[in-house]
Design a protein around this ligand. Structure first.
Ligand SMILES: NC(=O)C1=CN([C@@H]2O[C@H](COP(=O)(O)OP(=O)(O)OC[C@H]3O[C@@H](n4cnc5c(N)ncnc54)[C@H](OP(=O)(O)O)[C@@H]3O)[C@@H](O)[C@H]2O)C=CC1
Ligand SMILES: N[C@@H](CC=O)C(=O)O
Ligand code: NA
Length: 367
């Protein structure tokens, strides 16, 4: 059995589910002994100082007991602890922290492998994106996988890689890229209404409760989350978008709430603007359509667009359910009839599945 070390930073919705899936995987694996040496939240952490491994069944009560300690400083103490592990080391970043993402090149250069659903490293400055891949590709660099940064566990980035690696040309990628936006419009403006009409703000509260939104739901509603996903797809397709804000993004944040001091203040004020979204919905209905939030990347033209669009009631996009994403790849080989990936695009379990499958990809590549 090969012994592999894992450090988990971020144990919220996705992180908790990831740890539970990792525990089950470790128990059934006949090939790898997995030792989890760090689980860290923002102010409490569990460390296995002798590298023997933490208990993944009791970690949640352990971290809030006296075993929970102040997290090691990031990046210095964390990097030192990880690189002193007596075997291959995999860092799992389940936060949405930009500060952590900025240090990925340092960890990768030190031979630490990285898997993450955090979009920040791959969709902020182009310089950071390039530095991450350069560090990974350098001699003794760690592997990097981030499937869950687009479409959660759906095989979006692996599909894109397969298309490109086999010599296909990406023409256009379009669809519904946000589980939150999908849920909001599928519930607020459903194809076949059942029961009482729901307000937009009530749907936002539900999406948050279901764990679909970003830690701060304004990052979904301002369109930036979708813009980040399209930036990742664009860059991996060879279109070197400089920032996720380099193209027009339609924000659904009402102007007066742009200055809200916190997510809580924003959510408390949102109901006061339900009338605006109701108007958008009824305008679409009066044209026999439904409104949905979509994105499109035209690689040939170098164009990216993110925002609301009306869809014919018979279209596939109009008929999506729950938090479903749909991503259509138009390529030279797939021509007019796109290759389509569809399914739940947010939620702790489906995202954690994407993160764990990336971790397994790292394991399979270890010598
Ligand atoms: N939810 C989803 O459906 C999807 C999420 N993702 C991505 O997954 C990531 C996690 O999302 P989610 O689990 O929903 O978010 P949560 O807000 O539920 O969890 C975030 C976790 O990160 C911890 N954290 C934040 N900053 C730090 C830090 N500096 N050091 C250590 N821990 C830190 C938080 O600590 P504390 O517990 O103390 O607050 C919390 O445990 C995000 O990047 C998100 O974009 C991607 C696809 C889908
Ligand atoms: N907030 C995001 C989570 C996944 O990336 C979404 O709603 O799609
Ligand atoms: Na994915």
């Amino acid at each position: 059995m090969s012994k592999v070390y894992v450090a988990v930073i971020g144990a919220g919705g996705v992180g908790k589910s990831f740890i539970s899936q990792l525990n089950a995987y470790a128990l059934r694996s006949k090939k790898y002994t997995i030792s989890t040496i760090l689980i860290s939240r923002s102010s409490k952490a569990l460390l296995s100082k002798d590298y023997s491994g933490l208990n993944l069944t009791t970690w949640e009560s352990d971290i809030s007991s006296s075993s929970g300690v102040k997290p090691p400083s990031f990046p210095d103490e964390t990097l030192k602890f990880l690189t002193s592990a007596p075997g291959p080391m995999i860092l799992v970043d389940n936060t949405s922290s930009e500060t952590i993402a900025e240090e990925y090149p340092r960890f990768l250069s030190s031979g630490v492998h990285l898997v993450t659903p955090n979009k920040k490293g791959f969709s902020s400055s182009l310089a950071l994106f390039k530095a991450i891949y350069a560090a990974s590709e350098a001699q003794n660099g760690g592997y990097v996988f981030h499937e869950a940064t687009v479409g959660a566990g759906l095989p979006v980035l692996s599909t894109l890689k397969d298309l490109i690696d086999t010599g296909d040309e990406i023409v256009k990628i379009e669809g519904v890229f946000s589980g939150t936006m999908s849920y909001l419009f599928n519930s607020f403006a459903p194809l076949s209404p059942s029961g009482a009409e729901k307000s937009f703000s009530a749907c936002v509260a539900e999406a948050r409760e279901l764990g679909y939104t970003e830690p701060d739901p304004r990052d979904d509603l301002n369109g930036l989350d979708v813009a980040r996903k399209l930036t990742i797809l664009a860059r991996l397709s060879g279109l070197l978008v400089t920032e996720p804000t380099s193209f027009p993004i339609q924000s659904l944040i009402p102007k007066p709430l742009e200055s809200a001091a916190s997510a809580e203040e924003f959510l408390a004020g949102l109901a006061g603007f339900d009338g605006e979204m109701h108007k958008v919905k009824t305008t679409a209905e009066s044209e026999g359509a439904v409104v949905r939030y979509v994105g499109s990347l035209d690689v040939g033209k170098g164009e990216v667009s993110v925002g609301l669009r009306n869809f014919d009631r018979g279209s596939t996009v109009a008929g999506l359910k729950g938090s479903d994403n749909i991503i259509s790849f138009y390529t030279r080989r797939y021509g007019e009839r796109a290759m389509i990936v569809q399914g739940a695009g947010a939620g702790a379990d489906v995202t954690a599945m994407g993160v764990l499958s990336d971790l397994i990809k790292v394991l399979e590549r270890l010598k």
